[in-house]
Design a protein around this ligand. Sequence first.
Ligand code: SAM
Length: 186
Amino acid sequence: MNIFHITKLAQDYASTAITKGDKVIDATAGNGADTVFLAEKVGQTGQVYAFDIQEDAIKNTKAKVLEKAYESRVQLIQDSHANIDQYVQGPISCVMFNLGYLPKGDPAIITKGASSIKALKKSLELLKVNGIITICVYTSHEGGVEEASIVEAYLKVLDKYRYKVLKYSCLNDQTSPYIVLIARMK
Ligand code: SAM
């Protein structure tokens, strides 16, 4: 396990909640790394719902999905993750968020606190018991600190008997990206 590579760490945590045949969500498809990872994990009988607002992200993710011949297990949805409930019915075993902007894309198009919270709220409703939500959080781009504080403020007050919310961050470097994990207990 590489403890500094947060996207890989998020995948390692996500793995613990996923079994073949599950329905899962990639809330920020981007260039498709998490979508392909999730497709691998759910297998032929599972389903991945991958959201992104950008056409380029959907195109890049589609290319990766086709390369692996995973098209029957992945639905690509060009819409905001705030509308997850219009496309997905529960129960869902895992939702992955990778906040910020599309790597090698337009750095002005970023995830935002208000829509991230809507998506998180809906994801929590769809999540099954023992399901996991992973969130990779970045604060070094413009708007990143604001989004992080909005998301954290929302998660801090979740019912502690129903959900456990963990933060994995670098104590001696506040600018480092970090992970937030949400596990549904009951
Ligand atoms: N997980 C991706 C990967 O493996 O390449 C990287 C995701 S990237 C850091 C963040 C993505 O979130 C961008 O592609 C951006 O277009 C997308 N995004 C921004 N706002 C969004 C929204 N409201 N709903 C869904 N996706 C959004």
